[in-house]
Design a protein. Structure first.
Length: 103
């Protein structure tokens, strides 16, 4: 059970960082601010595969923007977490059924 809690904490942390990035960019946070720079640096690897979405949409580099790459990364993270949770719950219910069948 401890592994599941660690995984949930990791997903929560990554989701929180991505949500903070999304809000910061919506509010036109300045990248020269050390805290914002750290946030953008930490979350850059998570959004890098989706940067083409922003280029296709013609998003500005600076100022207030809705970064589609961050939205896509957040949606993918939530989707993966939901599937993982579903698999873990189905496995635990199968384990319980097998235990009761053996008794």
């Amino acid at each position: 059970m401890n592994k599941h809690k660690r995984g949930a904490r990791l997903v929560g942390l990554l989701g929180g960082l991505l949500a903070a990035r999304l809000i910061a960019l919506l509010l036109a946070a300045r990248p020269d601010n050390p805290a914002i720079n750290l946030l953008l640096t930490l979350t850059a690897p998570l959004t890098a595969p989706f940067q083409f979405l922003d280029q296709l949409a013609g998003q500005p580099q600076f100022g207030a923007r809705l970064e589609l790459a961050t939205l896509a990364a957040l949606a993918l993270l939530i989707g993966i977490a939901a599937v993982a949770q579903w698999v873990l719950l189905s496995r635990s219910s199968l384990d319980r059924e097998e235990y009761h069948a053996q008794s």
